[in-house]
Structure formats: C-alpha cells, structure tokens
Design a protein around this ligand. Structure first.
Ligand code: GDP
Ligand code: MN
Length: 410
C-alpha cells in the first residue's frame, strides 16, 4: 500500500524527524489562506505547493512549485488542480490531482537521499544513502554507483548508532549535521520496522542554508544558524500482508488514487493489473499468469491484463473477474487458462457461464481447463454452448495461445 506525501510527513513528524510545517488543500480558493497560514507558521515567505499523487517526478513535471505570495500560491494551485500530471512514473495519460500540500519552503544548501528498504539478496533490511539526492536514485545508481552508500541492517539488533554515524560521515556531513542525520536514520529505521514498511524513503533530505541573523535590532550577540537537516519529501510503501496489524496505516488508504477496476478486483480477492494489450487473461495462480502472458507474447499477441483468481475463488468472484476483463474496451479476445489444483474447474466454468448470461459478450473466448473436476467443468461449458457462441476449447497452453492470437488477428 502507498500513501501520500503529506501522510508520510505526518508519520515522520510522529517519529520526531524534522519536517517543515504544512497543510492540505483541495480547492484553488483555499490556496491564498493556506499560503498565509503556512508562511506565518514557518516564519518565511517561501512556500512550496506540491501535488499529492501516488507518483514521483513531480518536480520536473511542474507539480512542485516554490511561491512567494498568496497570488503565486493561487496560480500554482490552479495549474495543478486543473491539469493532469504527466511524469515518467505516470504513463502518458497522466494523473488527476485532487489534493495539494502547502508547506513552508526551505533554502537548500545540499540535497541527500535516504531510504530503508529490504535487500532480498542479503535477506536483510538495508539503509541506502547518497549525497546525490533530489534526483531519482535509479539514475544515480546507473551513472554513478559509487555515490550510493549501503549499510546492511542486522535483523535482530536493528540499525546501530555507530553505523548511522558512519553513514552520515560518509555522506560528507560533519559535527552537528552528522549527528542530526544519524539521528534521523535511526528514527527512520525504527519507523520502518514498527510499521512493516517495504520502503521508507526521504528524498531529498536537505541541509538548509546557513541563515544570517535577523536585522531586527537585538542587543544580545547573535549566532548565525549554520543550517540544519530536515526531510522535505517522503515516500512510504507498506507490506500488504502486514496491514492487518496497522489500523492507523489502513486508515490512510486513498481509494481516489487507485484504478477502479483494480479496487473492485481487490474487493473480490482477485489480483488484477491492467496492461496495454488486447487479450484479456483469466488465470489461477501468479506463476501461471506470468507464463500465460509470456506465451501470448511468444505468439505475437499482447496481454490486456494480469488477472489471477487465486486458488479459492467463488463462482461470484469468477463472474466479477469476467466482468472486470470485459469492462476494458481494448479487450478483443479472452484466454482462460486454469490449472485446477485447489481451484475447481467446475467453479470456473460456471463463473464463465454466469458472466456470459449477465453481460453477454461477443469477443472470442478460448478456454483451456485442466485438473480438478475438469470433466464437470467441460460439461458445464458444453451444455451452455448456445449462450457462448464465441467459445473455443483448447487442448493445451500453446494451442490456447495460438487460437486466441489468431482470433484477435495478432
Ligand atoms: P518529487 O520531484 O516528486 O520527488 O518532489 P520533491 O518534493 O522531492 O521536490 C522536487 C525538488 O523540488 C527537490 O529535489 C528540490 O530541489 C525542490 N524543492 C522542493 N521543496 C523545496 C523547498 O522547500 N525549497 C527549495 N529551495 N526547493 C525545494
Ligand atoms: Mn522527491
């Protein structure tokens, strides 16, 4: 599960990681008042307006804007709430923006990257840090892998203070700034573990510019602020399998950010991911789904989706699965590929027949059934042949892929 940046900032704050103050707005009219409130709270006229969407690359897309007046804030809000955001992470159609974060801006001396994630190869969590923050870490990793610091984390002991300090020094930080950064690393790692994250990322973590003492006459000697370390962007992903023990995190779920078809599938316990092709796939088991997509591609076709009904789908869920596939106008043919192990072929067959009765589809349908109760499944399909004029039975995987690609003219 993903959350918004403003929610991630709240999590950081709750863990005592410094974050500039901010508030969320949903309309252009609220921008001016939000600007004034945040500028006052942050003691600065520099304010940043940021689109709240589940995708990165906002800065380059023009959806992170620095403003210095209520008028500029309103203009930035108007732009973001009336244009779709297109970034390398969104696809060409872009994303609609419903919420904006209005936050106190900071003067940046340097941007760092900091994250905790799981390294499957070493079977440990790992702290990743880089002095080349701000940009996407994948680019740094590709062009300058030496600029990335990795500190493996002991599974029982967690990140140790000396390891965090060492990482902070390797980022080139010194003295107070190194201590602040090490402290942030330790807090972030604790948060990662406590909330069962799969990713906890701060990018950028910034060292603010040194500020000169204010010009207001003050007889006492003034020490200039040498800058301090704060998080100005954060991203958290959570392990779905552990969500049941984090009611607070579940409550952060924003359905507006999810694909409606994927949401519906989730409700019925189905795993559905829309793809760009025109052959709808209904499969049981993720591995079989992968090989089904592969074999469709091998035969020159393009899958329209990944849909795994799992091992114990009900007739109702299979019916919904069919309706979800058919709701995609791009679908010109459907391939059902079931290997009944736990899944009963008769349940799948009945689901297909029900869906046909409820939505009545015309696209070619190629069915390959094998395994548990397969004879009953085939009998159900045969009996319903009149309501399934486009049905073709396939003998095996290759035969199914050949038939469905031929049917869509691939
Ligand atoms: P992302 O592009 O979606 O990752 O959005 P970020 O929040 O990371 O912002 C992108 C970039 O905008 C940062 O790397 C900064 O360079 C800049 N930026 C964001 N907030 C501020 C701020 O308060 N002050 C300044 N000077 N720059 C900022
Ligand atoms: Mn960022």
């Amino acid at each position: 599960m993903k959350i918004h940046e403003h929610q991630a900032r709240d999590l950081l704050s709750s863990a005592a990681i410094p974050v500039p103050p901010g508030m969320v707005i949903e309309s252009i009219e609220d921008a001016a008042a939000a600007y004034k409130a945040v500028a006052e709270q942050g003691g600065t006229d520099l304010v940043v307006i940021k689109a709240q969407v589940h995708a990165g690359g906002r800065g380059k897309a023009g959806f992170v804007k620095l403003v210095r007046s209520a008028e500029e804030a309103t203009e930035a809000a108007r732009f973001m709430l009336t244009n779709r955001m297109v970034s390398p992470q969104t696809g060409p159609e872009g994303l609609k923006v419903n919420k904006l974060l209005v936050a106190a801006g900071v003067d940046i001396q340097h941007e760092y990257y900091l994250a905790i994630t799981t390294d499957r190869a070493s079977r440990r969590n790992v702290l990743i840090a880089s002095a080349e923050g701000g940009v996407e870490i994948e680019q740094v990793a590709a062009k300058n892998p030496g600029a990335i610091i990795k500190q493996p984390i002991h599974p029982l002991l967690g990140l140790q203070p000396y390891e965090a300090r060492d990482a902070a020094f390797r980022l080139g930080l010194k003295g107070k700034h190194a201590n602040q950064t090490a402290s942030i690393m330790l807090k972030l790692e604790k948060l990662f573990r406590e909330k069962d994250c799969s990713l906890a990322e701060i990018n950028p973590l910034v060292l603010t510019s040194p500020s000169t003492p204010s010009s207001t006459p003050d007889p006492r000697p003034q020490t200039p602020d040498p800058g301090h370390v704060v998080a100005i962007d954060a991203k958290f992903n959570f392990d779905d399998n552990a969500l049941f023990r984090h009611k607070d995190i579940q409550n952060l779920f924003d359905p507006a950010e999810e694909d409606p078809a994927e949401l519906k599938a989730h409700k019925f316990g189905l795993s559905y991911i829309a793809l760009d092709g025109n052959i709808g796939c209904l499969v049981n088991g993720a591995g079989l789904a992968m090989s089904t997509m592969d074999i469709i591609k091998l035969h020159g076709g393009e899958p329209a989706n990944f849909l795994d009904v799992g091992g114990s789908a009900s007739e109702e869920a299979v019916t919904e699965a069919f309706k979800i596939i058919l709701s995609d106008d791009a679908v010109k043919g459907i391939m059902v590929n079931i290997f009944g192990g736990i899944m009963d072929c008769a349940v799948i067959a009945q689901g297909i027949v029900n869906a046909a009765a409820q939505v009545g589809f015309e696209v070619p349908l190629v069915v390959r059934l094998e395994g548990t109760n397969v004879d009953a499944g085939r009998a159900i399909l045969k009996e319903a042949a009149a309501s399934l004029p486009t049905l073709q039975a396939a003998t095996d995987l290759s035969d199914a892929a050949e038939k469905v690609t031929a049917a869509v003219g691939a």
